[in-house]
Design a protein around this ligand. Structure first.
Ligand code: ADP
Ligand code: NA
Length: 330
């Protein structure tokens, strides 16, 4: 039987992915290439919903793709592409817009949060409808499963509702996707505010470790990471979120279990842990940085890979849109 198909995307909205993106998402995408039919997308359409600079977007789209390749996504084993290269995303999104109720879209919590931060006058209609574009992203490929974090569950519910609604109204067309819960997904928190998630939009510059940053700078951030009162190195996310976050990162990057690390640091101090973690981070990012730079240094080759990815994606997207258009009377 065919492997279940998975679609996942990431926004090109930063000069580098951070450890939260990597440990919470990208890292899990790599082994799925062996078990699933995987479609991975740099979602640049989603990156223009809150205002953007064109040159920066172009640069970040390439950097994002290069990092995805550098962490182990293999164009021979997955379909890696840029969303805007496949115009069917926007075309299907329009159809889905016309199937979504205003009230239904207005209940999306992410929109409420993001628009509250932006203020009403700076909030675009694109931000309002982006969960519907997300639904189109998924349905276009008949994805069976979508890896989702807690914050994206509501959007996947909307996607499922829209798929069922279309199928009921116009005839069976779409696969209704299931959430794919990745076990052991690490939740990484801000180094300066260990109760908040590490995030490019909300973290302080020193709260975030980027894959592409200078390891010496990362070491400095780790040294100044907020730890907890007491001096014992134990894993307790409630009482000791700072130390626990460092242990989570350490364990994920080194492959050593948390228990092993706690035993190894018995009797040692936070300073020892931070110093060693900085080395682990440096060792880990070094090859990723080298590979990313190699991809960026050969723009012709990167473009070629992305063009092949878009072609593979369109081989699925074009027939899907054609059958949608046919069913709705176009
Ligand atoms: P950000 O919060 O920095 O804007 P995104 O929302 O673009 O990041 O997230 C891209 C992917 O990375 C998503 O799959 C998301 O679940 C994951 N991710 C982001 N931040 C973290 C984090 N701190 N811990 C775990 N996963 C994260
Ligand atoms: Na975010």
């Amino acid at each position: 039987p065919a492997r279940p198909r998975v679609l996942s995307g990431i926004q090109p909205t930063a000069d580098s992915f951070h450890l939260g993106n990597y440990l919470g998402a990208l890292r899990n995408w790599v082994p799925m290439q062996e078990t699933h039919d995987t479609f991975y997308c740099v979602v640049d359409l989603h990156a223009i919903t809150m205002g953007h600079d064109p040159a920066l977007l172009r640069k970040r789209t390439r950097i994002s793709a290069a990092q995805m390749l550098a962490v182990g996504l293999d164009p021979e084993r997955c379909t890696l592409f840029v969303q805007s290269h496949v115009p069917e995303h926007a075309q299907l999104a329009w159809v889905m817009n016309c199937l979504t109720g205003m009230g239904e879209a207005g209940r999306m919590v992410q929109f409420k949060d993001k628009s509250a931060k932006q203020g009403a006058d700076r909030t675009t209609v694109g931000l309002f409808t982006y969960p519907i574009l997300q639904a189109a992203d998924i349905l276009l490929y008949h994805a069976d499963a979508v890896p989702v974090g807690e914050d994206q569950r509501q959007h996947l519910e909307l996607t499922r509702d829209l798929a069922q609604r279309f199928n009921t109204t116009f005839g069976r067309t779409f696969t209704v996707p299931q959430p794919f819960i990745v076990k052991d997904t690490a939740k990484i928190t801000d180094l300066q505010d260990p109760t908040a998630k590490m995030s490019k939009s909300s973290s302080t510059p020193n709260g975030l470790i980027e894959l592409l940053e200078d390891p010496a700078r990362a070491a400095k951030k780790i040294r100044s990471a907020v730890t907890d009162t007491g001096r014992e190195i134990i894993f307790d996310p409630e009482q000791k979120p700072g130390v626990s976050n460092l242990l989570t990162i350490y364990s994920a990057l080194s492959g050593r279990t948390i228990e092993e690390l706690v035993a190894a640091y018995d009797g040692k101090g936070y300073g020892d842990l931070k110093k060693d973690l900085a080395e682990v981070v440096a060792e880990f990012v070094k090859p990723i940085q080298q590979r990313t730079n190699a991809y960026l240094d050969d723009p012709g080759q990167l473009d070629k890979m992305l063009a092949i990815g878009a072609e593979k994606a369109r081989a699925v997207a074009v027939p899907t849109l054609r059958s949608v258009y046919d069913r709705i009377g176009f």
